[in-house]
Design a protein around this ligand. Structure first.
Ligand code: SPD
Length: 355
């Protein structure tokens, strides 16, 4: 009898515990939903959305902003292609916008929710990757080139060939980015960064395999290596070179004489975004001149909002890292979607990385 009553007591106790646990899980689940409803999830390049921009939006709109980063457009595509990632804002570059539109991965923007769209310069609208800007607004623009520590690299480099010079073995990094790094080899060989000629691709692959024993690291966040002094030279993007030069004034940036790539990075909303309205509010916020100026002040990439320049110090309005001379601009190409041929680029890149 005693045994029975103990069992009965435990059974009642257990069901109470189950009910309590049920409530607990329900509360946690509901809190989670409330939190997530007020959370904007951004997936972007490193050092691209500053704490100031993030917290400004959080305070004004009473939400949380979470920032996660990637190192190449292909990494971004791989993640977004798998489906519901929870990201509300992504920042693909030009050619990747074309690919994502084609793959049906982007949501159409509702311009009624983005009145500040009118602040964008027409120079950055209607581009080949999104002719009517139905899916993207421009975030920043820049170039790829070589950053080097002028107190250690001599003479000043002029050509991509410096990245094949044994003298700098283990002292430089290359972007961990298949289009950009194959692009550097194409330019050195005198080809277009958009070639679809299998023989030219084979030659670029061989060139990068030949270079590999000299490369200290493939890394897209090159500014970290330059600032830490881990490398004295890096294949990198202009804004990152500029940021590194602020920390180490002996750092310079060149666009090699053979030419290079230029880009516009954009802001888009994935089709699977859980908070599209909030994402559009964020895009509208980024396009306020005073906020947009903060993007350039932090990233050191160019602004696409002319009125933002009034909020920028004079040197950032015309700095040569951001605005190369006209002759250099003529040597730059935009990366384009390679369609089916992209697979061959990926295969070549995998072979280089596997060596
Ligand atoms: N730290 C920010 C780097 C942004 C680079 N965007 C690169 C685009 C290349 N096509």
């Amino acid at each position: 009898m005693l045994h029975f009553s103990i069992n009965r007591f435990s059974l009642q106790d257990m069901s109470k515990r189950h009910i309590l646990l049920g409530f607990l899980f329900l509360t946690i689940f509901m809190c989670g939903c409330v939190d997530q409803k007020n959370q904007l999830n951004i997936f972007t390049w490193s050092e691209y959305v500053s704490d100031e921009i993030r917290s400004g939006f959080e305070e004004e709109f009473g939400v949380n902003v979470v920032v996660d980063t990637y190192g190449s457009n292909e990494d971004l595509l791989a993640k977004i292609s798998v489906g519901a990632t929870g990201y509300d804002i992504i920042m693909p570059s030009d050619y990747m916008v074309s690919i994502m539109v084609k793959e049906n991965l982007l949501a159409e923007l509702n311009r009624d929710n983005i009145p500040n769209f009118q602040n964008i310069s027409p120079l950055f609208l209607g581009k080949y990757y999104d002719p009517e800007n139905r899916y993207s607004v421009p975030y920043t623009f820049g170039t790829a080139g070589i950053a080097y520590d002028s107190s250690k690299v001599s003479p000043d480099p002029e050509s991509w060939a410096v990245l094949w010079n044994e003298k700098y073995k283990n002292q430089f990094s290359m972007l961990d980015d298949q289009r950009e790094t194959l692009g550097a080899a194409f330019k050195l060989l005198g080809y277009s960064i958009n070639t679809t000629d299998p023989e030219q691709l084979r030659q670029a692959k061989e060139k990068l395999i030949e270079q590999k024993p000299f490369v200290k690291q493939y890394k897209s966040e090159a500014e970290e290596l330059l600032i830490a002094g881990d490398v004295i030279m890096a294949h990198c993007w202009s804004g990152d070179a500029f940021r590194a030069a602020e920390e180490r004034p002996s750092i310079r940036y060149i666009i090699p004489k053979e030419g290079s790539s230029q880009f516009i990075d954009t802001v888009c909303i994935p089709k699977s975004a859980p908070h599209k309205d909030l994402a559009e509010k964020f895009i509208n916020y980024l396009l306020r001149p005073e906020v947009n100026a903060k993007i350039t002040t932090f990233t050191k990439y160019g602004t696409c909002v002319p009125a933002a320049k009034e909020h920028l110090p004079e040197d950032l309005q015309k700095h040569k890292f951001i605005y190369p001379p006209a002759k250099v601009m003529e040597s730059l190409e935009w990366l384009k979607d390679q369609g089916e041929f992209t697979q061959q680029y990926s295969r070549a890149w995998d072979e280089i990385k596997a060596k």
